[in-house]
Ligand binder design. Structure first.
Ligand SMILES: Cc1cc2nc3c(=O)[nH]c(=O)nc-3n(C[C@H](O)[C@H](O)[C@H](O)COP(=O)(O)OP(=O)(O)OC[C@H]3O[C@@H](n4cnc5c(N)ncnc54)[C@H](O)[C@@H]3O)c2cc1C
Length: 475
């Protein structure tokens, strides 16, 4: 049998994974319908279907490259819309054993609010030939086509119930799909829909360190911040961390991260106290110098969860799953958007070749390979906080070795710093972490000492009220 070129692609969910999948599928002679429950805003704005929209987002270099490949010119459009560019090597970064920044060039990154990224991406996707966005439509059920003359799937939805005026018009809608892509995120109902369609359940893997995440926006008028961003990493010994990054319109987003009893609170006073209690006050200084805007936003669904759809033997033709619906990560590692964009590139290449029988499972396996390193990074790190699950010997070894690299970095080892950054940004194989130069550096440090620690960076040189802010002490 020849290769199929699906002419009706339906993507469920217009979050970033859905938008990337639609961009990947768009091609002459094909209709790509992006179905979204929310009524999509016409300007960058947070919306109910993406509750993480008001929290801080970090974009890995690999992800930015993948988005640029899907939507050429994306970086320039983001910059024109106010996104802030900086080099990852300039971030002030307090790791487990000390400050790691050496100011050497690493990767050009972009920082912007999540709604701005989604807006720029969706505007581009809407303009692609054959793409139709059906927003305000909640997908309720999937049905498999009944025979060779039918499409692979029927999608049943209801329109209007999320309209801003709250009027539930309940207009029914049915779409035919030769290829259906589920991108409805972490709370995807695909397991329920598949059970109803008679498909056996997929196994689920889960690692949940019960990490809480909170953020608040600050105006920084008249404040001079030296580094382009500040990170105080949470560690098993001190499971509270913070992060501050500039976004569009001269604002900064300040995030607080904590595990177990140390999850950051929702009230403004408690949030400030949480930042003040971090093992270094770099993030707190920034928050104190700025003017808070809006409430503290909290998110606590941070477990790593993946559905092993690729293992379902009778996986139905014409169905794929991307983004958080397939594999959701603890967001503190900033990987989800990158994985979704890289999956979209896999989808684009597969559709260009055409689909042969059984290709859907092969594509799902490729998605799994895309997510493998981020999954290993997130889960091996989270298992250090989890009391529910013990790490495997390999995960424990990986954890100890990355601690050693962190220690080298905090003593100015440039090779350790650049290697960790390359792997973290998914720009190199994790095998690079055991390159001989690093093993030699670790042995040398054990024999002769680690050398002087990287000094704490200066964070703020001037605030609106205080002309010369005192320098920050080394932790
Ligand atoms: C607090 C937090 C912070 C994060 N920070 C980062 C970060 O720094 N960097 C990073 O790379 N990633 C981060 N992520 C992860 C990232 O947001 C996601 O991995 C990425 O956006 C892909 O999500 P998605 O599109 O698969 O799902 P979602 O963003 O959840 O989108 C799903 C979409 O499907 C729609 N939908 C759901 N059900 C239906 C239905 N029945 N019918 C129609 N539509 C439906 C929803 O309305 C929504 O628009 C973070 C996540 C969280 C929760």
């Amino acid at each position: 049998m020849g290769r199929r070129r699906p002419s009706r692609v339906v993507v469920l969910g217009a979050g970033l994974a859905g938008a990337f999948a639609a961009a990947a599928a768009a091609a002459p002679g094909r209709t790509v319908t992006l179905v979204e429950r929310d009524v999509l805003p016409t300007e960058p704005a947070a919306r109910p279907g993406v509750p993480q929209g008001r929290l801080l987002h970090v974009y890995l270099h690999r992800g930015l490259l993948a988005i640029e490949e899907l939507l050429p010119g994306f970086r320039g459009e983001m910059q024109a819309a106010g996104a802030v560019s900086f080099d990852s090597g300039d971030l002030a970064w307090l790791g487990e054993f000390g400050w790691g920044s050496t100011g050497r060039r690493q990767f050009p990154l972009l920082s912007a609010t999540r709604p701005l990224v989604e807006h720029v991406v969706l505007e581009r996707v809407r303009a692609l030939p054959g793409v139709v966005v059906r927003d305000g439509v909640r997908v309720q059920r999937l049905r498999r086509g009944a025979g060779p003359d039918e499409p692979a799937w029927w999608v049943d939805g209801v329109a209007g119930s999320d309209a801003a005026d709250g009027a539930a018009s309940d207009e029914r809608l049915t779409l035919a799909a030769d290829l259906l892509v589920d991108a409805t995120g972490r709370s995807s109902r695909l397991p329920v829909w598949l059970a109803a369609a008679g498909v056996r359940a997929a196994e689920v893997s889960e690692v949940d360190a019960h990490i809480g995440y909170a953020a608040r926006r600050y105006a920084m008028d008249g404040v001079e911040v030296v580094p382009p961003g500040v990170v105080v990493l949470q560690t098993p010994r001190d499971p509270a961390g913070g992060i501050a990054l500039p976004v569009e319109d001269g604002r900064w987003l300040v995030g607080a991260i904590g595990a177990g009893d140390l999850r950051p609170p929702r009230d403004a006073e408690g949030f400030t106290r949480f930042l003040d209690g971090l093992r270094h006050d770099a993030v707190a200084q920034l928050a104190r110098a700025g003017t808070p805007e809006g409430d503290v936003v909290v998110h606590r669904q941070t477990g790593n969860r993946r559905h092993h759809y690729e293992r379902v033997r009778d996986w139905p033709p014409g169905l794929l799953v991307v983004g958080d619906a397939l594999c959701a990560f603890n967001p503190v590692y900033g990987q989800g958007v990158t994985v979704a964009a890289c999956e979209a590139l896999v989808l684009r290449d597969a559709l260009r070749r055409g689909l042969a029988a059984g290709d859907e499972r092969r594509i799902l396996r490729r998605f799994v390979r895309v997510a493998a390193l981020p999954w290993a990074v997130a889960t091996s790190s989270d298992l250090r906080y989890s009391t529910d699950t013990r790490p495997s010997p390999l995960q424990a070894l990986l954890g100890r070795w990355t601690q050693e690299l962190d220690r080298l970095t905090s003593h100015g080892d440039v090779l350790a710093q650049s290697t960790v950054a390359r792997v973290y940004h998914l720009m190199a194989s994790p095998l690079l972490l055991v390159r001989p130069g690093l093993l030699r550096a670790a042995l040398r440090a054990r024999r002769h000492g680690y050398g002087p620690a990287v000094p704490a960076p200066e964070v703020i040189t001037r605030t609106a009220t205080l002309p010369d802010h005192p320098r920050v002490d080394t932790p």
